[in-house]
Design a protein around this ligand. Structure first.
Ligand code: FAD
Ligand code: UDP
Length: 372
């Protein structure tokens, strides 16, 4: 055997694992079928701007160990995510906070806002008749009431998931904070930011000194790759690893329509969500705002934006969001059972575990792993 570990996939899971294992003296080889390293956090430089090729990525965590770990690879900047929602040409701050309530109803104090929300929630609670919300629509209506649901949630969510809110699980919307203060910080976490110089610096730092090969698909020569290392760390699709024996898992994918514009500042914010159903895209990302602040925005004369169109995944597309409905959860569980019988394969990350992981929990998980 030439290596202790063959790591399939150079995303954050594979790269963090390779970093730790190689520092413990393990011989590692990382392969990725894409032409570059980094998985979904990979950025491409356009006009001096780091463009998040596979969707906007904001690192956020309350775990100090994780924060210190990534910052010792590359320092992070002070970017704070504060997306704005555009509904029929009017702007609303997110997450739902006193600014949003002022923009929605003209209420000035937390008491007034609370009364307004309570009045709106009552209608939904009355209909539930003491029961628990059983889907996303019921959850949203009991959380913030009808006005916010209809203007800021329904259209966006149905575009993002391609299913009516009534058919989506309630937990998706529980992730959105509701705040009775004037605070547009999207996350509740203690730490957030973007690596200074972009995510490629993080990946390059993690993979420094590690042997890597791009344009290399594990399944193109599976027998060969299974023979090169004692153990495999697999971060690709778990159903593909088992030849789709129980059927295919489903995903949502995103199509990115990228444009370079002859203006230094197109929308004044990194993220603007389009929450009405009639606009076909879910949001517009203006990449320079992740790393350029104040006057720096104008020092670069052009800007790069991406419109995001959410759609159902089909073979050949990039699988992004696992769909946690009953069918897919059951199917994923069947594959996880098979994985238990593969003692020499570690299944890790978003695709191999079929779980929607943010970046920080991926790093946290790898930092906790025992590497033997
Ligand atoms: P990936 O990054 O997908 O890496 C897996 C790698 O395996 C890929 O490079 C793939 O090419 C490779 N691979 C697969 N099959 C094979 C094969 N057969 N042979 C060789 N290589 C293979 N998280 C946040 O914390 N904040 C955010 O703002 C955020 N935004 C996101 C936006 C979008 C649109 C998406 C999709 C995700 C977002 N995430 C965000 C989540 C983040 O992308 C993941 O947590 C992280 O990328 C997971 O890393 P991973 O290594 O598991 O997967
Ligand atoms: N959401 C919404 N309106 C918005 C932003 C988010 O209704 O303007 C809902 C949507 O259902 C989404 C969920 O909140 O799936 C979680 O949003 P978040 O931005 O955390 O999701 P991500 O895109 O990162 O998975």
């Amino acid at each position: 055997m030439m290596y202790d570990y063959l790591i399939v996939g150079a995303g954050l899971f594979g790269a963090t694992f390779a970093y730790r294992a190689s520092r413990q003296g393990k011989r590692c080889l990382v392969i990725d079928k894409r032409p570059h390293l980094g998985g979904n956090v990979y950025c491409e430089q356009v006009e001096g701007i780091n463009v998040h090729k596979y969707g906007a990525h904001i690192f956020h965590t309350s775990n100090q160990e994780v924060w210190q770990f990534v910052n010792h690879i590359v320092p992070f900047n002070r970017y704070t995510n504060s997306p704005v929602a555009n509904y029929q040409g009017r702007l609303y701050n997110l997450p739902f906070n006193m600014n949003t309530f002022y923009q929605m109803w003209g209420v000035i104090t937390p008491d007034e806002a609370q009364r307004m929300i309570e009045a709106q929630k009552q209608e939904a609670q009355h209909q539930l008749n003491g029961g628990e919300p059983s889907n996303l629509e019921e959850q949203a209506l009991t959380l913030v009431g009808r006005d916010i649901y209809e203007k800021l949630i329904k259209g966006y969510t149905e575009k993002q998931w391609g299913r009516p809110c009534k058919e989506l699980p309630a937990f998706i919307i529980k992730r959105l904070p509701v705040r009775m203060v004037f605070d547009n910080n999207y996350f509740n976490d203690s730490y957030q930011g973007i690596p200074i110089g972009g995510y490629n610096k993080l990946i390059d730092g993690l993979l420094e000194g590690v042997e890597t090969r791009t344009n290399t698909d594990f399944f193109a020569d599976r027998n060969y790759w299974e023979g090169v290392a004692e153990k495999i760390v697999f971060t690709g699709k778990i159903d593909e690893f088992f030849d789709y024996r129980f059927g295919q898992l489903e995903y949502r994918t995103v199509n990115f329509e990228q444009q370079t514009l002859d203006t230094p500042n197109y929308q004044g914010n990194a993220v603007v969500n389009y929450t009405e159903a009639q606009v076909p895209y879910t949001r517009i990302i203006e990449h320079k705002h992740f790393e350029m602040f104040g006057q720096q925005v104008y020092d670069v004369p052009r800007t790069v934006i991406s419109r995001e169109y959410s759609m159902e995944w089909k073979p050949g597309m990039e699988p992004y969001y696992p769909i946690n409905d009953e069918r897919n959860n059951q199917l994923a569980e069947q594959y996880r059972q098979l994985a238990h019988d593969c003692p020499n394969v570690i299944f890790g990350g978003r695709l191999a575990e079929y779980r929607y992981y943010d970046m920080a929990p991926i790093v946290e998980k790898v930092l906790k792993m025992k590497i033997e």
